[in-house]
Design a protein around this ligand. Structure first.
Ligand code: SF4
Length: 324
């Protein structure tokens, strides 16, 4: 029997190159080896979202990207977190065994307080408990994470362990599947690619739009004029060439250092490579977008399948806690 993996992402709408090269391609490759459950965590999004008017569109657009990128509903369960409300019940019950001190000490909670001091809501404190409920309600054994998410997973393991100690063996302690997600920098060349920062390149853009976006990227500041020699090692366009144009990487470094190639040429080449790599994805996406009911059906089927597992776990938890 395959081991079960759970992973989730906030509904951020159309995905960008950072999402694609990081989580998405990795999730697709895990589908044959594991029993995969992938979730759009809309309730988590409420901890930081004040305007929720685009939430439904964001879920739909993100799912289109996930499906077009190769997540296969025949192999994986794809669903929206709030469509399986059992997870909210488990969240409440796990809250009863989670010491408040653990949550207040989480570095991510402290960061969020700094970022949104005007909105330190209860959900921010309880976030790791909800994340634990997301994982353990499906008895997932493995969670693909980047190193920055390890403290969250450690918390999930600690909560699962505490529950098991108090009420008997119930949850597997989820193991991290450490993945070397590439940290894709945005067009500013400084910060991680992010929709919020506006430094992203959406994978669903048209070829022309992609060229336009790539042309706005910051490159080596030392190259003020076409004949200035460049430093590819500090240039984000060069890094992106590494993902989309690896066979020409060494030659480009030489051409950049000797000013044989200008930044406009280099960016044009990169945009062409991105466009040709994403062409099959864009074709699949356009075909899926032509039948919007399909995405809704996938999500409804995913929620049904997820709910079967969630209900069973919740009943077991309630019995062990003496609630039924
Ligand atoms: Fe960057 Fe390419 Fe310009 Fe060199 S030529 S600085 S690698 S964009």
């Amino acid at each position: 029997m395959k081991r079960r993996i759970f992973s989730g992402a906030r509904p951020t709408g159309r995905q960008h190159l950072g999402n694609y090269l990081g989580a998405l391609q990795n999730w697709v490759s895990l589908q044959d080896e594991y029993d995969c459950i992938y979730c759009s965590v809309d309730v988590h999004a409420l901890t930081t979202l004040e305007d929720t008017s685009s939430l439904q569109t964001d879920i739909y657009e993100m799912m289109l990207d996930w499906l077009a990128a190769g997540l296969d509903p025949q192999k994986s369960i794809l669903f929206v977190q709030s469509h399986v409300p059992e997870v909210m019940q488990l969240y409440t019950l796990l809250g009863m065994v989670t010491p408040l001190g653990w949550l207040l000490r989480m570095p991510t909670f402290k960061e969020k307080v700094k970022i949104q001091p005007y909105n330190v809501n209860y959900g921010l404190v309880g976030y790791p408990v909800l994340m634990t409920a997301d994982i353990v309600i499906y008895k997932a054994e493995v969670v693909p994470v980047g190193e920055d998410q390890l403290p969250h997973l450690e918390m999930a393991r600690a909560i699962a362990r505490r529950f098991n100690n108090l009420f008997g063996d119930t949850f597997p302690e989820p193991q991290a599947k450490l993945t070397s997600f590439p940290m894709v920098l945005g067009l500013d060349g400084k910060e991680k690619m992010s929709k919020q920062l506006g430094n992203d390149i959406e994978i669903a853009l048209s070829p022309e739009e992609t060229i336009e976006r790539v042309m706005t990227a910051v490159t080596d500041p030392a190259r003020q004029y076409r004949n200035d020699p460049g430093h590819p090692e500090i240039c984000n366009i060069y890094r992106l060439q590494g993902y989309f144009n690896p066979s020409q990487l060494d030659a480009l470094a030489v051409q950049c250092r000797s000013a044989e190639i200008g930044c406009v040429d280099c960016k044009t080449l990169l945009a062409q490579k991105i466009n040709s790599a994403l062409e099959p994805f864009r074709e699949r996406r356009a075909a899926l977008a032509a039948k919007p009911q399909y995405v809704k059906d996938v999500l409804a089927d995913g929620a049904n399948r997820a709910q079967v597992i969630a209900r069973e776990t919740l009943t077991e938890v309630k019995q062990k806690m003496g609630l039924i």
